[in-house]
Write a protein that binds this ligand. Structure first.
Ligand SMILES: *[C@@H]1O[C@H](CO)[C@@H](O)[C@H](O)[C@H]1NC(C)=O
Ligand SMILES: *[C@@H]1O[C@H](CO)[C@@H](O)[C@H](O)[C@H]1NC(C)=O
Ligand SMILES: *[C@@H]1O[C@H](CO)[C@@H](O)[C@H](O)[C@H]1NC(C)=O
Length: 340
């Protein structure tokens, strides 16, 4: 591991050294030749050793397993895919502004989509963006307004919702209204802290979390991209076994590593793609970092500097392990409860 920045402070005879690492020992490879338009939302399914992710613009849910890439072709913008506890063929997906289930068996090409409920009905053009399940499998999912060809998104048209496991699809609970681009979510291992990103704020927000009631309180900022003058905005994120965050930097060409308690910048992992969209740890030992990237809006001339644009990447040798990606609890999604 080589060091790119060190701040040395002398505190009463003790040298406290803080270094931001650049992970020189890590190796990064493209997993397949496919170029994603808007690769997003990687989820490592440790029960089946499969990586699921979406291409929002191509309307696809991808499955990468045993060196093979398959996809389900849907007919709307797909913001996220999360497996349901206890099933290897049942997923929750965000399709336009509809929350839907996807039935897709591991070894089959056919699949079935069932719409369950729709949000943001008063906001045409909105769509689902990133989503995660908390430590008990409660689904949190956010929306955003329509992105125009120049990449602009109207301010405050999105909402972060929570699925109430008692009321299920009667109504998703709006928890944080007036967000712009609802993005990364993460919880610490015991579920007492929730981290959240509304990308244009450039901040990682931190909340106290009550895992029993699945509720947030005490909003503050853990980390602000402005603090260290970082380019780009935060997008998707994941949390490692040490409780530290790995944050994709959209328009920043890197993944940021931030201490989950102190909010201190621990390192920057350069990625040869400008629009880095999301990250998750995976692999049988949870020691690989999977990184999704976006080619939408990247000018051809930039591919010289960013040859990994649009690729799904696998990073080895970081020397860090991740945490299990949480599935959504089955209660609201058992196939017998589905409205056919
Ligand atoms: C998603 O929205 C697009 C554009 O409005 C529409 O053409 C498509 O049918 C929608 N798909 C679903 C599944 O609602
Ligand atoms: C939960 O974990 C955090 C560290 O992520 C720790 O500070 C806190 O004491 C833990 N709380 C409980 C109740 O175990
Ligand atoms: C679900 O909604 C009910 C009724 O409003 C409420 O009492 C309960 O606390 C909610 N549960 C969660 C996990 O938010």
């Amino acid at each position: 591991m080589s060091v790119i920045k060190c701040n040395v402070a002398f505190l009463s005879m003790v040298a406290a050294v803080s270094c931001a690492a650049n992970y020189g020992g890590a190796s990064i490879k493209a997993v397949t030749d496919d170029v994603m338009v808007a690769g997003e939302g990687p989820f490592w399914d440790s029960e089946n050793n499969a990586l699921y992710f979406v291409d929002i613009v191509k309307h696809r849910v991808y499955r990468y397993r045993r060196n093979r890439l398959d996809h389900a072709q849907l007919d709307g913008d797909v913001g996220f895919v999360i497996p349901v506890t206890g099933y290897r063929d049942l997923f929750v997906i965000g399709l336009n502004t509809t929350l839907a289930s996807l039935r897709w068996e591991l070894n089959k090409k056919t699949y079935q989509v069932t719409g369950l409920t729709t949000v943001d009905k008063d906001k045409p053009g909105n769509r689902w963006n990133d989503a995660k399940a908390d430590v008990n499998g409660n689904l949190w999912a956010g929306t955003m307004g329509f992105m125009d060809a120049a990449g602009n998104v109207p301010t405050g048209r999105g909402t972060l919702y929570k699925l109430n496991s008692t009321r299920c699809f009667e109504q998703l609970e709006p928890v944080i209204p007036a967000v712009t681009v609802s993005n990364g979510l993460a919880w610490n291992n015991n579920g007492t802290r929730m981290y959240y990103i509304d990308s244009p704020t450039k901040r990682i927000a931190l909340f106290d979390y009550d895992p029993v009631t699945a509720s947030i309180s005490n909003h503050r900022t853990l980390y602000d991209f402005e603090t260290d003058g970082l380019p780009g905005v935060p997008d998707g994120m994941t949390i490692d076994a040490n409780g530290d965050l790995w944050i994709a930097s959209y328009n920043g060409g890197q993944v940021i590593h931030v201490n989950g308690m102190s909010g201190k910048l621990l390192g920057k992992l350069k990625i040869a793609a400008e629009k880095v969209s999301s990250v998750t740890f995976g692999g049988p030992r949870l020691d690989k970092l999977y990184v999704t990237t976006i080619s939408l809006g990247v000018a051809r001339e930039k591919y010289k500097d960013y040859p990994m644009t649009g690729k799904l990447l696998e990073v080895s040798g970081l020397g860090v392990k991740g945490t299990l990606n949480r599935r959504v609890q089955a209660k609201c999604f058992r196939p017998s409860l589905r409205i056919e």
